[in-house]
Design a protein around this ligand. Sequence first.
Ligand SMILES: NC(=O)c1ccc[n+]([C@@H]2O[C@H](COP(=O)([O-])OP(=O)(O)OC[C@H]3O[C@@H](n4cnc5c(N)ncnc54)[C@H](OP(=O)(O)O)[C@@H]3O)[C@@H](O)[C@H]2O)c1
Length: 217
Amino acid sequence: MSKVKVQAFAMSLDGFGAGPRQSLDNPLGAGGTTLHQWFYPTRTFQHMVGGEGGTTGVDDDFARRSMEGMGAWIMGRNMFGPVRGPWPDDSWKGWWGDNPPYHVPVFVLTHHKRAPVTMQGGTTFHFVNGGIQEALERAREAARAKDVRIGGGVSTVRQYLQAGLVDELHLVVSPTLLGSGEALLAGIDLPQLGFRCTRHVGTDDALHVVLTKEGAP
Ligand SMILES: NC(=O)c1ccc[n+]([C@@H]2O[C@H](COP(=O)([O-])OP(=O)(O)OC[C@H]3O[C@@H](n4cnc5c(N)ncnc54)[C@H](OP(=O)(O)O)[C@@H]3O)[C@@H](O)[C@H]2O)c1
C-alpha cells in the first residue's frame, strides 16, 4: 500500500528546517544553505542540477532513495517560491527551471487560486485551496499505488504530522545552528503520534534518522 513520506528533510541542531527571512535571493532563509551541506556534494544532487560526478555512499543512498517511487508530491506555497499574497501573474513557475526534478504531479498548498502549470518532464504544479486533506486525496489519486512525498516546507510538514497523516519521516540532522527560523518539531509530540526511531546512521556531514509510525502500511 502506498505511504505518505517526508524524506531527506534537513533540520538544524536547534530544530529549524528553514532560516529566517526567506526571499528571492535567499530561498532557504538566512543560513538555510548550511542545512543541506550533506546533500549538495552527492551524486543525486549533482545529477539533478545537470552536473556529473558527485559523492556516493550513505548520504547519496538516502538522497537517491528519497526521490524513488514517488507518485506525487505535496508542497507549501513558500517552498514553491518567494511570491506571497495573490499571484500577480503566471510568471513564477518554481525554483527548478523548465524541467523540475519531480516528474510527477505536485500539489501546492495555497490560499490563492491559480490554474495548473505543466512543465517539461512530467511535472505539473496543481494549486490546492482546500487544505491538507484535499491535497492528500488528490495526490493519492494521482499517485495510484505509489508513495506520496510531503516535500516541505516546515509549515506543510508540521500540518501533516499534526494531523497524523505521515507514515514515515526521514530527518537529516545537520551540524549547524540557525538560532531562528521555521521550527520543525516545536510542540509536536512524535511518540504520542506513534513514531519511533527505526534507523539512524551518522556520516561526516549529518545524522540520518528514520522515524516510522506504528501500524503504518
Ligand atoms: N529543511 C528542508 O529539508 C526543507 C525542505 C523543503 C523546503 N524547505 C524550506 O522551507 C521553507 C518554506 O517553509 P514554510 O514553513 O515557510 O512554508 P511552506 O510550508 O512551504 O508554505 C507555507 C504556505 O503555504 C500555504 N499553505 C500552507 N498550508 C496551507 C493550507 N492548509 N491551506 C492553504 N494554504 C496553505 C500558505 O501560503 P499562502 O497563504 O500564501 O497561499 C502558507 O503560508 C523554505 O525556505 C524552503 O526552502 C526546507
